[in-house]
Ligand binder design. Structure first.
Ligand code: CA
Ligand code: CA
Length: 203
């Protein structure tokens, strides 16, 4: 299933019979959405809405805190964010599983923690957070969102750095976990890297 990620949306649209395994959908609306770009001024705080499944029901927003190395997740329509405690979102790694047994909250949740080393999602590179949202079925569905962050110097700040929500996926089957898996592009890149390694070794 993982290798055909790019065509999952098309497959799901065509699929009249239930899939054998979990039905993971790629969000049609969270695709390289800018959360914050470089160069905002001090009076320009912001909040960006996200609708994971494109049903016109906003599932969460991300907002800034003035002069802060942080961004805040805001729950909408009952969305629960998976947390590590202390009010900040849990950072997930590739291959980790998100399920309903983990600690979650509907309260506004920080993406940054200075109190717990390594717990911040606001770091240069790629970060993943998990959530469960109401997809309109009446049952909450597990999902993850990838953030790509450019930090030009020091820690994150909204004036000089940028955050993009590159992708999100959700599990459409009730009571089912979802695994954080790479995007098709990065998956292909890792394969290219592996084959290069093999070529080098053969010389
Ligand atoms: Ca929605
Ligand atoms: Ca900075």
């Amino acid at each position: 299933m993982n290798k055909s990620l790019g065509s999952i949306s098309a497959l799901a649209a065509l699929c009249a019979s239930p899939a054998v395994d979990a039905a993971v959908m790629v969000s049609p609306t969270i695709s390289n959405s800018t959360v914050v770009a470089m160069g905002r001024d001090t009076s320009n705080r912001f909040s960006v809405n996200f609708d994971i499944n494109n049903d016109a029901q906003i599932d969460f927003s991300i907002s800034s805190l003035e002069n802060s190395a942080d961004l805040i997740l805001n729950s909408m329509n009952g969305t629960e964010f998976y947390t590590s405690g202390l009010g900040h979102a849990r950072s997930f790694s590739l291959g980790e599983t998100i399920d309903f047994g983990l600690t979650s909250t509907t309260a506004s949740t920080s993406l940054h923690s200075s109190a717990v080393p390594g717990a911040s999602l606001i770091v240069a590179g790629t970060s993943y957070f998990g959530l469960a949202f109401n997809d309109g079925s009446g049952f909450m569905k597990n999902a993850w969102v990838e953030l790509d962050i450019v930090i030009n110097s020091g820690v994150y700040d909204e004036f000089n750095d940028s955050v993009i929500a590159t992708t999100a996926q959700w599990e459409t089957t009730d009571n089912t976990s979802i695994t954080v898996v790479p995007e098709p592009s990065s998956f292909v890149l890792s394969l290219v890297g592996l084959s290069s390694l093999v070529l080098v070794r053969r010389r």
